[in-house]
Design a protein around this ligand. Structure first.
Ligand SMILES: NC(=O)c1ccc[n+]([C@@H]2O[C@H](COP(=O)([O-])OP(=O)(O)OC[C@H]3O[C@@H](n4cnc5c(N)ncnc54)[C@H](OP(=O)(O)O)[C@@H]3O)[C@@H](O)[C@H]2O)c1
Length: 257
């Protein structure tokens, strides 16, 4: 499969100013795709765009946008109006590690909006564009946190369960349409996520984001869910055989730290 002709010429990556989104942008540019990159920090996006455009024969267009803003979808659709988009990477997201009652109302609202509402609405808004092509793809960032309840990150884990189930269902609905849908489930990964979430001390061992991105891109079109790392695949397999209250209790004691 030629990645560029299957999913090019243009991709969208949300949350490209750091972490996994930055690495998706890098690896898509290496594969010859032009990328519309979206995040709030324009300086980071511009720096990445200049570097990639000088090292690869691609166009990288920056869109500084707060995806939780009410007109975010319209702004993004405006920016991709004249582009043949073949791949949407719904990557932007954040978590918070706190007891539920201690969360700010606005932070919970933004988390649900960014992690759940935006991937759904963007996929829906772009679906006709993607269907007009022979082949296309949608990648949604879920997480291993989406496979069981996550006390002290209760809403974050639930948003990632939402992303996982939404992606699996969409992948099944779109089978045979030429649109490949993949839910990517990393474990704790070395990005800015844990500094933002306040979860640095809970997850001392972090995976390499480059490897998550490389392996997940290689799975696109071959399966509906990619879980990063043998250890995570094994844990998820055994947690399915364990009573849910026990799985929740183990997660509670791990995440309380
Ligand atoms: N790292 C992990 O351990 C891990 C594990 C499993 C799943 N994931 C998932 O992977 C995805 C990427 O996370 P990451 O680890 O790469 O985190 P990260 O390094 O913190 O990057 C998050 C990205 O999202 C963007 N973003 C945040 N709020 C935004 C908003 N309101 N509007 C637009 N963009 C926004 C950030 O850019 P700006 O701040 O510039 O806007 C940044 O580019 C998330 O969906 C996360 O849930 C991460």
């Amino acid at each position: 499969m030629n990645f560029e002709s299957t999913y090019g010429p243009w991709a969208i990556v949300t949350g490209a100013s750091a972490g996994l989104g930055e690495h998706y942008t890098r690896q898509l540019a290496e594969r010859g795709l032009n990328v519309l990159i979206v995040a709030r920090r324009l300086d980071r996006l511009s720096e990445l765009a200049s570097e990639l455009m000088s090292n690869h024969q691609v166009e990288i267009e920056c869109l500084a946008l707060d995806l939780t803003a009410t007109d975010a979808i319209e702004s993004l659709l405006g920016a991709c109006q004249n582009k043949d988009i073949g791949l949407l990477v719904n990557n932007a997201g954040f978590g918070i590690k706190k007891a539920f009652a201690e969360n700010e109302y606005s932070a919970l609202r933004d988390m649900v909006r960014l992690n759940c509402e935006i991937p759904v609405l963007l996929s829906h808004a772009l679906l006709d564009k993607l269907k007009n092509r022979d082949t296309a793809g949608i990648i949604n960032l879920a997480s291993v946190a989406g496979f069981q309840p996550t006390p002290f990150m209760s809403v974050y884990g639930a948003t990632k369960a939402f992303d996982l189930l939404f992606s699996e269902a969409l992948s099944s609905e779109l089978e045979g349409s030429g649109i490949d849908v993949l839910a990517v489930c990393p474990g704790s990964t070395d990005t800015e996520f844990h500094a933002v979430a306040g979860s640095e001390s809970t997850f001392p061992k972090l995976d390499d984001p480059r490897s998550v991105v490389l392996k997940s891109l290689n799975c696109l079109g071959k399966r509906a869910v990619y879980i990063h790392g043998f250890r995570h695949r094994l844990l998820i397999f055994f947690s399915r055989l364990t009573p849910r209250f026990l799985v929740t209790r183990v997660a509670h004691s791990m995440l309380k730290k």
